[in-house]
Design a protein around this ligand. Structure first.
Ligand code: NAD
Length: 363
């Protein structure tokens, strides 16, 4: 039994998860897979109903599920709230309470959307990488931290970059496991020439790699990696890196593909995971049937692959999305106006994926 939690959230979160769930349910029903989906309010809608961005009941649903499908949270209406009550707090609470220590962000350039990339076609063609960012450690959480007064009346701000062997081992294991489902190449990114904590990172990753003789491990300094991502993005497969380096590199990599509405993500604690599009609640287009649901549909494919080892079903979703793009269906964010393209809304895009799935999936 797959126990799924569905937190649609605010704005376009509601619209895009609706389409993703439609596609997911069809696939699971067709393959006689038992599942239950429990819904909960998160973000601004939870604040409106209960006075907080996430309640204990909703957290309980998340904790008792195998996987969480998350839409997006936030909106102008809730911006004046104090930080603890803002919609985005729901996301941080879920990440923390579920112990989601590995963030997976694929960046793929579809041949038919190659023009959406700000880079030259000949450079981005074939790009298909997965950035794995450590999410609960490193400099964002290390102690001591703070801002202190100095005797001369000025101040000192400080943070601590700390990683333990165990923290590195578990993220490295995720990276190697994932690479086994891909092209069996792992690149570990660090700054081992300057930072001792990432020298340890490099050594521990090398140790973990001994359990994966089929996977080719290489290392790169983060400054070089930021250049190579632009110079030769197609050369990367799995990249594993620290919290802060991953934060920056994953945003850089997402720009290589150029279309925010196409990019899924996962945050894992072992097999348990939360799956969500990388975009936000897009208040500017919310409720207008304009949002691209493909990132959320692709997040469900990631869920089937990484939480449930249903790689073949994930492949069917990904293939359907690819075919729909090939056939010219475009939501406004990826519509160029070129001849042969069909401008569609959120629900039509969901229907197009579903209909493609029905065509390619053996009954
Ligand atoms: P955003 O990602 O919501 O939107 C940025 C731009 O991209 C907007 O012009 C939007 O219309 C467009 N866009 C985003 N997703 C799209 C999609 N699926 N299809 C078509 N176009 C899409 O980022 P923002 O405007 O900076 O933030 C809006 C709200 O979302 C804020 O409250 C922010 O805090 C929140 N936010 C939430 C998350 C999350 O829930 N994970 C992530 C980022 C931002």
């Amino acid at each position: 039994m797959m126990k799924l939690a569905l937190f649609a959230g605010d704005g376009i979160g509601v619209e895009v998860t609706k389409e993703a769930i439609k596609v997911l349910k069809y696939l699971l029903d067709l393959n006689s897979i038992n599942y239950e989906i429990e819904e909960g309010l998160v973000g601004g809608v939870s604040y409106d109903a209960y006075g907080k961005p996430i309640t204990e009941e909703t957290l309980k649903i998340a904790k008792e599920s195998d996987a969480v499908i998350f839409g997006a949270v936030g909106g102008t209406k809730w911006e004046p709230l104090p930080i603890e009550l803002r919609p985005e707090k729901a996301l941080l609470t879920l990440r923390y309470d579920l112990g989601l220590y590995a963030n997976l962000r694929p960046a793929k350039v579809y041949d038919d959307l190659i023009d959406a990339s700000p880079l030259k076609k000949e450079i981005v063609g074939g790009t298909d990488m997965m950035i794995i960012r450590e999410l609960t450690g490193g400099i964002y959480f290390g102690k001591p931290r703070g801002i202190e007064d100095l005797p001369d009346g000025t101040k000192k701000g400080f943070n601590t970059l700390v990683y333990t062997t165990k923290e590195i081992e578990r993220i490295a294991k995720i990276a190697f496991d994932i690479s086994m489902k891909r092209r069996k190449k792992v690149l570990s990114v660090d700054k081992a020439n300057v930072l001792e904590s990432t020298e340890l990172w490099r050594n521990v990753v090398a140790n973990v790699s001994k359990n994966y003789p089929e996977v080719e491990l290489s290392n790169m300094y983060v400054d070089n990696c930021s250049m190579q991502l632009i110079k030769q993005p197609a050369s990367f497969d799995v990249i594993v890196t620290t919290n802060m380096f991953g934060d920056i590199l994953s945003d850089e990599a997402s720009m290589v593909s150029g279309s925010i509405g196409m990019l899924p993500s996962a945050s894992l604690n072992g097999k348990k995971g939360m799956y969500e599009p990388i975009h936000g609640s897009a208040p500017d287009i919310a409720g207008q049937n304009k949002a691209n649901p493909l990132a959320t549909i692709l997040s469900c494919a990631m869920m089937l692959r990484y939480s449930f080892d249903k790689d073949n079903l994930a492949d069917y979703i990904e293939k359907s999305v690819e075919n729909v793009i090939k056939k010219g269906y475009r939501t406004q964010d990826i519509y160029s106006g070129a001849a042969g393209l069909k401008l569609v809304g959120t629900s039509q895009m969901g229907e197009a994926v579903l209909s493609e799935l029905k065509d390619i999936m053996p009954a």
